[in-house]
Write a protein that binds this ligand. Structure first.
Ligand code: 8YV
Length: 334
């Protein structure tokens, strides 16, 4: 293939150089190694003439962007979640979306468990106390937290990552695992996670530690708000590694301040990278900047999978992990 006939792809954010090198073997690559976060207008301008785009959660691929970029045929997301895609608009316009599942499952579950432990055992709160120079003597009840081993782990959203967290809890920490999901898992999967299906109300009422791992959809917006927090035990902890918007952050900050639940660990936020100011002032919350999948090995695997999807689709018409193949209207793009 001569250079002139190569498909063109935009890599919307900075990425590992070896992934760019792989893409350059097939495409005319427009990289953004300076890592600017594009406004919608900048994104549209950069996408002119592009056949494909490598996206992250920062790029919203909506109807207006798709309409303004008629050559675009594939958006390959470096993330398992793809709520930055308007899937219906993409399908109607014949644009394939792909995500990056599986390669991040265990790493993300490790982090979910790290946040659970840090939250239950007050790691951040006690570290801040120490750094402030307030540690003057030992005390019998200083920073006593909640037991993790042998407690009840609740998982809301029992996909691949939810199951990996359940396995850690059940097999590593002797926890009783309960879960709620849109659909119940088959018996073999339940057995491998030692997990029991319960209603959402039971999950809220019984969990000592509740971990949120469900995908963001409009229906999942504020799945945990004031009413749900009120159903939890005052000793319970809540961890969100799913998406901002699944929790009503203002309601959570108020519940934490009033000790209506014991503590929370949050890796994702409504409107991130902005964080609700009330969350920044309550002591009993651990806050991390959306890093659950952040190990070099996993981020490289995610980027390579997004690249594989671009290469597969634009050179052979086949992507590895499409999200809208069943609704795609192929005739909508030339
Ligand atoms: C990504 C994530 O880092 O995979 C996901 O859904 O939330 C993270 O692992 C983020 O989406 C950036 O693309």
């Amino acid at each position: 293939m001569t250079l002139a006939h190569r498909p063109a792809v935009l890599v919307a954010r900075a990425v590992y150089p070896e992934v760019l090198d792989r893409l350059r073997q097939h495409f005319e690559v427009h990289a953004n190694q300076e890592d600017s976060v594009f406004t919608r207008d900048e994104l549209i301008a950069r996408l002119q003439g592009m056949d494909g785009v490598f996206t992250t959660g920062s790029e919203r691929m909506d109807e207006a962007v798709l309409a303004a970029c008629p050559k675009l045929r594939i958006c390959a997301n470096m993330g398992v979640g793809y709520n930055n895609f308007d899937v219906a608009a993409m399908s109607a316009r014949g644009v394939l979306g792909t995500n990056a599942p599986d390669v991040l499952t265990e790493t993300t579950a490790d982090f979910g468990f790290a946040l659970l432990m840090a939250t239950a055992r007050r790691v951040a709160e006690s570290e801040h106390f120490l750094r402030r120079g307030e540690w003057n003597s030992w005390r019998f009840d200083m920073f006593c937290g909640a037991e993790v081993h042998g407690s009840t782990l609740g998982v809301l959203g029992m996909g691949r990552i939810g199951q990996a967290i359940a396995r850690r809890g059940a097999h590593g920490f002797g926890m009783q695992v309960i879960y709620h999901n849109r659909s119940r898992l088959d018996a073999a999967t339940e057995a491998s996670c030692k997990a029991s299906y319960v209603s959402k109300g039971d999950l809220l009422a019984r969990a000592d530690h509740l971990v949120l791992v469900l995908p963001y959809t409009p229906a999942a917006h504020h799945s945990i708000g004031a009413a749900e927090l009120a159903q939890m035990k005052p000793t319970a902890t809540l961890v969100n590694i799913a998406r901002g918007g699944i929790v009503d952050d203002a309601a959570l900050a108020q519940a934490l301040r009033e000790r209506r639940i014991a503590a929370a660990g949050l890796d994702v936020f409504e409107g991130e990278p902005a964080v609700h100011p009330d969350l920044l002032t309550v002591p009993n919350v651990v806050l991390t900047p959306h890093i659950a999948s952040a190990t070099h090995g996993t981020r490289l695997a995610m980027a390579n999978l997004a690249a594989d999807n671009l290469i597969g689709y634009l050179t052979r018409g086949q992507a590895l992990t499409p999200v809208n193949l069943d609704t795609l209207v192929p005739a909508a793009r030339g």
